[in-house]
Design a protein around this ligand. Sequence first.
Ligand code: G3P
Length: 220
Amino acid sequence: MKFFLDTANIAEIEEAVSWGVVSGVTTNPTLYAREGGKLAEFHDHIKRICEIVDGPVSAETVTLKRDEIYAEGVELAALHPNVVVKVPTMPEGLAATKMLFDEGIKVNMTLCFTVPQALLAARSGAAYISPFIGRFDDISEDGIEQLASVVTAVNNYDFGHDVEIIAASVRHPAHVLQAALLGADIATVPMGVLEKCIKHPLTDRGLESFLADWEKVKNS
Ligand code: G3P
């Protein structure tokens, strides 16, 4: 399973990329707004992210009609070869995704929650499908169970093009563990979750004792 970083924060992306484990970045309007992002600077911000990470960078469309989504997608895709156009799961989004697919532009279909949505996303030409885990959990549903169904259903078929499933709305390392066991292609994680994924108290305790014992060796 590949790790994407789910953020629009440049410092976080630089830090995570420096670890050598990040294969891409996903952003959304909320994440950009959280960084105090300005409309006029959005395209430059996406280009900056593309300069930092050598992999797909999802930039989301914010219109609702197929022609507008398509036009936005073409504009976003022109920013950098690694830009993937993020399109919401809805009828106009499917139509726009098909139009973008026909132009060779990759789409990440976002806000996907169910198997029928995921199958339609794949059928429309989406290169990536993003089932949300945490937001399902938020409404007392089982996000991992839904992700499992999406992985199984999508992998049952050949859509005639590559489709990768991105486990999204990941809230903690247990989501990462379960997404990996289910065979999700990618987990897109906030920086806080990535940091938690590498931490373990036994690792800390073990390192502490190794270093303490090495002090004894040095002083021998
Ligand atoms: O980027 C889409 C998704 O990962 C958002 O997650 O935590 O806002 O539900 P969250």
